[in-house]
Structures are given as structure tokens and as C-alpha cells.
Design a protein around this ligand. Sequence first.
Ligand code: FHN
Length: 500
Amino acid sequence: MSNLLSRSILAVALLAGANSLQAQWTGPKIKSTEIKEIKYGPLSPANRTDEAMVAFRNYGLGQFIHWGLYAIPGNEWEGVSARGGAAASEWIRSWRGPSAPKDWVNTYDNLYKQFNPKDFDAKRWAKQAKDMGAKYVIFTTKHHDGFAMWPTKYSPYNISKTPYKKDIVKEVVDAYTAVGIDVYLYFSVLEWNNPDYMGKEPKTEEEKKKFDKFLKYTRNQLLELMTNYPKMKGFWFDGTWDQSWIKSYDFTYNLEKELREKHPGLIIGSRFRNDEFGKRHFDSNGQMLGDYEQGWERKLPGDITWLEGRDWDCVMTIPPNGWGYMKDWSGIYTKTTDDIIDMLTYSASLSGNFVLNFGPDGQGNMHPEEDKIAKELGEWMKINGEAIYGAKHAGMTNSKLGYFTKKADNLYLTVFNRPVNNIVRISVPKAATEVPVSATLLVNGQMLEVRHSDLGIDLDKNTYYDVLLPKSFQSDRAFVIKMKTGAPKGKAEKLMDAKM
Ligand code: FHN
């Protein structure tokens, strides 16, 4: 595993004490000893085998797009940065403290009057995503500010009231679907500016009445999205962590049931709801609530044992955090194409999808750095996508040189750390019945010599196969060795044990 990843996963593990929800993402799932009777548990079988879910399982690479009114300020206002004043660029409405502009919330809530992205071209975005190699896109229909990017009948705070007027969700769904990229709709349940929303559990009759009205509004918008955009494949729910929603488990259970009945094959992640004991993502018996683990946000599993065969995807920002447009990327580490390839390949090596976030500006343009990464990632995927798309965990001994993936009878090793001696050493158990028997460079099909090197290290349960890289082969990016496996030729001879 690369240093970048091992450090980040260790950091997450050290945060394990944060809270029980965090604990779900810092190691193998904690199994409860007592089995509870649960009425509001999973509504879909784990590891669905229908066409929609098989497609999800094989995507490999996806694109996230956070686009809304927050793109207009771009994490600053009149030359003052919101960095440190708001939690993230798409949270800029919550900008507080000494740096916050006067009357900021009112200013923000009137930004819709100037939203008119002159450069927006969904077909251009879709082509960029296609060229990058994305197989699905998750698009923000409505973020926490409650502004709807489609002309919803259930709230006046929507795209039809802007100078742009047109249905952006429709444009995105149509353009991406037309190039063969599946569309998932991001939907924030919580709404900061909705008078009927409250974070706490409704207690008084008036609060219950208001929140019931909010729940009905939420259901109406979700049914409206499925009706207006029938080509959508699933929902990516967010903003489901408040007590008001957590205590509405009967409503959310029945809403999920209704959504699935009305849209066969619909895919919903684990972040949508919780059981009657308040357990989110996984119910109190550890059963996943949804079709895939939706908690790998800006983090990655430590190893395959954390997943237990469940489907999952990781969603990742290019800056450290901040999903909506940020004008200023200076002074922070922004991930490189090589970092992205590392995390993408690592995700595939653990049988997951990797989703890269883009935050277009108020005119509908991606950040120049996003354009650059999309282009470079696409160039890499054109050559090496075979090792990612539909590829799964290979069950090999982890390598210091890179990540293994497996598809059909092909074994792939994506090499990030090229050995100085050009010998790519692969460790397999001495008892293995399948070992590397031939190898080529995926980039050019060049055959590579494979030799068995039985090192004779005492008590070593493994033996080794060396793939020899030609000195003449140079690469300034990770490269893929494609191997066939087969029965080992002859058995490693039994050596006398060391006498100590
Ligand atoms: O609060 C949101 C955040 O703004 C962003 O949308 C991410 C990515 O989906 N989700 C929540 C933070 O976990």
C-alpha cells in the first residue's frame, strides 16, 4: 500500500474513538453479541444480483458533481475568503464569525436571482466525464441550502425562478445518459432554510405538525424526481444525521419501500436511513441498510476484511475538503492525478468504486485543475482501465509495489513503486495452486519473463515469482502488468530447517 494511503487510513483509525458512527469506518464492522429483533431493518438483499446492481458493482470509476448556488461565491465574497469561516465551500451559507459578510444569510438566499451559468453545457460535461472514463455520475439535485436544481412543484426555491430558468437536472440526466454514463441523484434531506425543518426530534404538537409537513414535502420531491427523470439509476442521500430524521424511522422505512416499488432496480446507499434503535448505515444486528456502503467519504477501507463482501464506493474531493466550487486552491494540498490513480486502483483492489468530485463554478465551468486531472486520468484509463472496470479483489498477498486486481482468468498488478532492480517480486503461498505463469505489459502487450524464485527463507510459508521488467521500459505513471495464472511447475523442495 502506498504511503499516502497507509497514513490516511491510520489517521482514520486513530479517530476511532470519535463516535460509534465513526467506529463503523475504522475497522471491520463491530459485531453485536446479542441479536435484536428489528422491525426496521434492511429492505433489499445484500449483494443484489439484478442488472442494475451488477452494473453498479462493475463501474470502477465515477464522477460526483456538486453544483448549486454555492458555486457563485466560490468560497469567498467580495475578496474575503470563507476559508475557516464556513465548514466547506458548499456550506458557505453557514459562514459565521468575524470574516462573514454583514447580512450574509440574506445575501446568500438571494443569490438565485443572479444564477445564470452562461457557459453551462451538460453535453460538454458529459463528454469530459466519458473521456475521463467515468461510468456513473452523482449530481446534486438539492444540497443543504434547499435550492432545487430542477423546477420542483413543491418549493418556490428552484431553478425556474432564476435567470437561467431551464431544468438543469434534466439537462444533466439526458446528456450523461446519452453517452452511456449512468446517473444517480444526490438529494440532501436536511434543508437549512426550510421553516418546517428541524434538527432535533419534534416534541410539541406544533413541531410534530411542522416536521410531518416536511416529511411529506420530502416524499413529494423524491417521487417527483423519479417521475421527471425515469432514466436515473439511484439516489445518493445526504443530510440524514439529525435526530428529527433518525426518529422518523417508520416513515423512512416506508418511504424506501415505496421508492423501490415505484422504480424497480433503484439503488440506494446505506446513508438514507436507520433502524428503530437509531443505528445508521448498519442496523443493530450489523446488517447493511441499503445496497452499498455509503460511508467511505474522503476515506478508504484499511483492507478487504473491513468490507465482508459488501458493495461500496468511495467519494473523494481533489482539495482536502470542499465539494462545491472554490475559486482559490492556493495554500492547500490538492490531489494530483497520481494520487487519484492510487486511490482508484486501491478501491478496485478492494472491489469498490471510486468517485471523484468536481465543483463547477457559477458559470458552469470546471476548475482548471479539474480539467487537467480529468484529461490525465482519462489518458491513463484508456490504457489501463481493463485492470479497473469490473475488476475485483484478487486475494493475493499484499504487495509493496502496488495493487492486485483480478478479472476472469487475468491477474493485474498496477505498479506504483517500481523496484530499482526491475524485478517485480510476487509472493504466493507455497500451497498455492494458481501462480503467475505468464505476463505482459498492458500498455504495449510486451511479453515479460516470469521466473520462480524459491528464496529458501526458513519458516517462510511463501514462495516467489519474479516478473522481469525491461530496463528500456520507462513510465512516468503507474503501469499495469497483466498476468495469467496456472498450476505451479513442480513443487518447492523441502529444505532442512535451520538449526538454532
Ligand atoms: O455535508 C455534506 C457535504 O456538504 C458534502 O455534500 C458531502 C459529500 O457528499 N456530504 C456531506 C458531508 O458528509
